[in-house]
Ligand binder design. Structure first.
Ligand code: HAM
Length: 420
């Protein structure tokens, strides 16, 4: 038996209602804040992620699905969306559009990670990106989008953790301070963090290994090493968040795993969904567009993992029901009635009615069983006498009431079905 690749998922009809609900809410929240949808390729030139996400990151070093196509081009299945959106802007001349530019996406992403609850190799993100605004008001606005999404989905038990990781001006000195601190504990660090000491010491701060996180507790904090401009940016952001009534905590261990971040970084962490608790993460990336060959253009955004949102919704007791559409099932007896029923459902569907009829030659009893399984709210039986008189009874399956209708009076049928 051929099985799905490890770390991928089948989303079955019984679960799709929840996915559609989240996607609908995400689109509504995005629209409320003035964001437009953008779509971009599932695979890109590998170089985009090497330069955009960063060569020293786990994503680029260990997790990308990279391949060469038949012409020998180096391509990679997107591990995230931000670098692609930045490329799209540059390539399509959108960097000179009216700013701020607000974009959102619903995408699948691919990372070769060890699968566990809330972590898969193909996963799904809702992401938003805001360009052309370097003021802390934009940071607050983006965080407000995230806050609103989580609220709209009914997710409780989350905390917003924010931090500033400084800018190219102040980060080198901070990196040195960190290196110095961790160098005195090198022996105890895990192997990954030993190599991070040279390549990216900030990442040691969010290592999940108990020894590393214990050592990291007393490490110098980014927030205490910010240059005056970064400090002011952070102070202003805090001011905006307080004004907007968004609760947060400053968390010096939020550093994020991607290289493009500058200044503000943040995560919404669910307290009750297990180890993969970051349901949403993002930050500012003022150098990304320039690094990819575009003009100097500020950017900030976030992405939320859909499966983690679902886990958090389940823990919060949110229960999504399939959309309650009043389905009409037309059962038939005999060949002539079955043919006639095909015509009736075709015409009803043209009128916008959800209608089904038998396609497999079942007995009347079996057809009614099928209608019950499909939760048809209304049924209608066509037999010889109905064909002859062109009249039939529509039965409401919830209260067993019946109404006689003419089989060509589609307006009346529609009216009955749309009455609550
Ligand atoms: P990220 O933190 O790598 O950031 O991913 C964002 C979210 O995607 C995570 O918080 C998590 O909910 C979900 N996620 C990540 N990896 C997996 C996985 N293997 N399985 C399931 N869910 C996962 C980014 O991707 C940035 N592009 C976010 C961003 C946008 N920053 C600025 N703009």
């Amino acid at each position: 038996m051929i099985q799905k690749p490890r770390g991928t998922m089948d989303i079955l009809p019984k679960d799709v209602a929840t996915w559609q609900y989240i996607e609908k809410k995400a689109r509504e929240v995005a629209a409320k804040f003035g964001f437009s949808e953008i779509r971009f390729p599932t695979f890109e030139s590998t170089e985009l992620f090497q330069r955009g996400v960063g060569d020293s990151t786990d994503v680029v070093q260990k997790e990308m699905y990279t391949f060469t196509d038949r012409e020998g081009r180096g391509l990679t299945l997107r591990p995230e969306g931000t670098a692609s959106v930045a490329r799209t802007l540059i390539e399509n001349g959108m960097c000179s559009d009216t700013m701020p530019l607000k974009l959102y996406y619903l995408i699948n992403c691919f990372r070769y990670e060890k699968p566990q609850a809330g972590r898969s190799r193909e996963f799904f993100q809702f992401g938003v990106e805001l360009f052309g605004a370097s003021d802390a008001a934009a940071d607050a606005e983006i965080i407000a989008v995230a806050h609103s999404l989580i609220k709209e989905l009914g997710i409780k038990n989350t905390t917003l953790h924010i931090n500033s990781i400084g800018c190219p001006e102040c980060r080198p000195a901070y990196r040195n301070a960190l290196k110095e601190y961790f160098a005195s504990n090198t022996e105890q660090l895990c192997d990954t963090c030993k190599s991070r000491l040279e390549t990216n010491p900030l990442r040691i701060l969010d290592c999940k290994s108990p020894i590393c996180s214990e050592i990291a507790k007393n490490a110098p904090k980014t927030i205490e090493h910010l240059c005056p401009e970064c400090k002011q940016h952070m102070d202003e952001l805090e001011g905006y968040l307080k004004e907007m009534g968004i609760e947060y905590e400053i968390d010096p261990h939020i550093v994020r795993g991607l290289d493009y971040y500058t200044r503000t970084v943040y995560e919404f962490i669910a307290t009750d969904i297990g180890a993969q608790s970051t349901i949403l993460g993002g930050g500012r990336y003022d150098g990304l567009i320039k690094d990819l060959g575009g003009p100097s253009l500020a950017g900030i955004g976030f992405a939320a993992g859909i499966t983690r949102l679902i886990l958090a919704m389940e823990k919060s007791g949110v229960n999504i029901q399939d959309e309650n559409r009043p389905l009409l099932y037309i059962a038939s007896m005999g060949k002539a009635a079955a043919k006639f029923a095909m015509g009736v459902v075709a015409k009803l569907r043209n009128e916008g009615v959800y209608a089904e009829t038998d396609l497999v030659g079942r007995s009347l009893k079996a057809q009614m069983k099928y209608a019950d399984k499909k939760k048809a709210k209304y049924t209608l039986i066509i037999g010889d006498s109905e064909l002859e008189n062109n009249k039939a009874q529509i039965k409401n399956m919830e209260n067993s009431s019946q109404v006689e209708i003419s089989l060509d009076d589609f307006a009346s049928i529609k009216e009955i079905l749309s009455a609550e």
